[in-house]
Design a protein around this ligand. Structure first.
Ligand code: NAD
Ligand code: DAU
Length: 351
């Protein structure tokens, strides 16, 4: 048996592939275009492992998809590949439409053709699992209940609009063509291999370099944080037991204001790698807000718990400590990421 993972060299995809192969002998084919966010080094520990096959390619390349599906005959496609950074979507939305909307469309069409040709005895077991985000639901008022799976879609950024569009395509391919799909809408992840342009890894690497810690606006925006390995376990659970055509919200029950996240990172660094210059919180700098910045996200993850028995294993306190320690233990990974296209981006964004 084989699974096909798109975007498996990115942050969540690489954690998923590593976790999968740590728990299963089932072969993984990783398809990744290696954009600025894709890093083969994330999968370096799989070098020589015959259960893993890496393909450098684009989900928008139909001929490649057809060839991969015919050759490897996967029993499931796990679709992580996306442009994923909200700030980048504000500067350049085109890439988000191309990959998240058109790319997902091409992948769905390739999956439909492949699935239609499967024999009846295995057709029913095939799954297309679409990895999506809580951002499709838009922004919550401070006292509003958390997002359930029936919350209206109100995306506010080019990124979330492109993910919402992809969710709708996935839904339509199920209802119209019968493709056996599953969709997960997850909150903010953090953990190993997180590209250091997103909040938590950016704060860790900037603090260690003695650089400012840029907090957008008043820093009171709220996100619901989930340790990445808990997201991976949720996806495995939905793949194994999720009801076809359903969506499952995944979250950590961890609503925190951005500035509190930054303060927590600073306090952990003060403990684990104290600076001679004084507490890291001295570096916190309030900067111009993100245009259209959503104020609050919160996930109601009761459906996946009730139906599939999934709950996160980590608390925020345990997960963030592991994360900070991982970055302290992997300065070479950080240095190599920073020497690439990442640098140009930082200059554009914070100039
Ligand atoms: P990421 O940006 O770290 O990784 C994306 C990966 O997709 C990269 O390896 C990149 O090279 C690859 N990719 C991009 N365009 C491609 C294309 N056209 N063809 C093939 N590969 C391509 O993203 P991430 O944070 O790991 O997010 C993975 C998925 O999870 C995304 O779909 C995202 O929307 C979703 N998600 C992310 C979070 C989060 O907090 N990071 C939360 C919920 C959902
Ligand atoms: O909610 C799920 C989403 O979480 C995913 O779908 C996205 O792919 C993922 O990137 C993430 O989106 P966010 O926009 O929430 O993540 P980011 O790390 O960019 O920002 C988190 C919060 O921190 C957000 O409110 C903006 C703020 N922020 C971010 C950066 C990079 C800052 O205040 N300063 C910063 O420098």
């Amino acid at each position: 048996m084989t699974i096909l993972v798109t975007g498996g060299a990115g942050f969540i995809g690489s954690n998923f592939v590593l976790d999968w192969l740590a728990q299963s002998h089932e072969k993984v084919v990783t398809l990744d275009a290696l954009t600025y966010a894709g890093n083969r080094e994330n999968l370096a520990s799989l070098k020589g492992d015959e259960r893993h096959h890496f393909v450098h390619g684009d989900i928008g390349d139909r001929a490649l998809l057809d060839q991969l599906l015919a050759t490897h005959q996967p029993r499931a496609i796990l679709h992580f590949a996306a442009e994923s950074h909200v700030d980048r979507s504000i500067h350049g939305p085109g890439a988000f439409i191309k990959t998240n909307v058109e790319g997902t469309f091409t992948l769905l069409e390739a999956a439909r053709t492949y699935w239609s040709g499967l024999s009846e005895d295995i057709k029913g077991d095939f799954r297309f699992l679409h990895v999506s985000t809580d951002e499709v639901y838009g922004s919550l008022a401070p006292d509003a209940p958390a997002f359930t799976e029936t919350h209206p879609y109100e995306p506010n950024s080019p990124y979330s609009a492109s993910k919402a569009a992809s969710d709708h395509l996935v839904r339509a391919w199920h209802h119209t063509y019968g493709l056996p799909v599953l969709t997960t809408n997850c909150s903010n992840n953090y953990g190993p291999f997180h590209f250091p342009e997103k909040l938590i890894p950016l704060m860790i690497v900037n603090a260690l370099a003695g650089k400012p810690l840029p907090v957008y606006g008043d820093g009171q925006q709220i996100r619901d944080w989930l340790y990445v390995k808990d997201h991976c376990s949720a996806i495995r659970t939905v793949l194994a037991r999720g009801r076809v055509g359903e969506t499952y919200n995944v979250g950590g029950w961890n609503e925190k204001a951005n500035v509190d996240i930054v303060q927590t990172v600073c306090a952990l660094l003060d403990e684990l790698r104290p600076s001679a210059e004084g507490p890291y919180a001295r570096l916190i700098t309030y900067v111009k807000d993100r245009p259209g910045h959503d104020r609050r996200y919160a996930i109601d993850a009761r459906k996946i718990e009730r139906e599939l028995g999934w709950r996160p294993a980590e608390t925020f306190e345990t997960g963030i400590r592991k994360t900070v320690q991982w970055y302290l233990d992997h300065p070479d990974w950080v240095a190599r990421v920073q020497s690439g296209a990442y640098r140009d981006w930082i200059e554009t964004q914070y100039a």
